[in-house]
Design a protein around this ligand. Structure first.
Ligand SMILES: [Zn+2]
Length: 189
């Protein structure tokens, strides 16, 4: 795992600036909390978190990244695992159950589907994709963009050159989902 961690950290140097081609910036900002549970040093995660934050910023959603044992009840929780066999959700880089509304697992041992220099970009996009499932609250994928079911070489190249963004439809579903979560939280107060 240490080799993977350092590889991810080093490859962060290749991350390029954001190009928000598919969605417009929106005025109202909402912040969601995301907790990270990962063994080992966390510094390599920070670049992936920044990439995910850059993907969400144009659709008016800020992400507060949290660490530690106590994750707030309203937060989304990401766990990185390194030992899932290939037969577990085969060909997936992560898993999120939209009905659960909270838990995401990222299969970190499968980030080697791309070359070492691309892995930190990929991890950031996996974070954003799986968070997208939780926020949309439904099991769906899109034909293009970040919420595509299976990324291919042109997508990986796009991640490296700029960022893969949400389609307008996905962005709308995410913002609707965030509003629902906020309403539920406020009703519970
Ligand atoms: Zn998915």
């Amino acid at each position: 795992m240490r080799i993977l961690v350092s590889a991810l950290f080093l490859s962060c140097l290749t991350t390029n600036p954001v190009q928000a081609a598919e969605v417009r910036w929106v005025e109202r900002q909402t912040t969601i909390a995301v907790c990270i549970a990962a063994a080992g040093p966390a510094h390599f995660l920070q670049v992936a978190e920044q990439i995910a934050s850059l993907i969400y910023a144009p659709i008016g959603i800020g992400i507060e990244w949290l660490y530690g044992r106590s994750c707030p009840a309203a937060a989304i929780e990401i766990t990185l695992t390194f030992d899932r066999p290939d037969t577990f959700h085969p060909r997936s880089l992560g898993f999120a159950n939209p009905n659960d509304g909270r838990n995401i697992e990222v299969f970190a041992n499968r980030l080697n589907v791309v070359s070492e220099s691309r892995r930190i970009d990929l991890l950031g996009h996996v974070f954003a994709h799986e968070i997208g499932h939780i926020l949309q609250g439904m099991a769906r994928h899109s034909a293009t963009g970040l919420m595509k079911a299976q990324w291919d070489e042109p997508d990986y190249r796009a991640m490296e050159q700029h960022l893969l963004m949400f389609t307008v439809a996905d962005a709308g579903l995410i913002r609707d989902g965030v509003a629902r979560r906020e309403a539920l939280r406020n009703a519970g107060r």
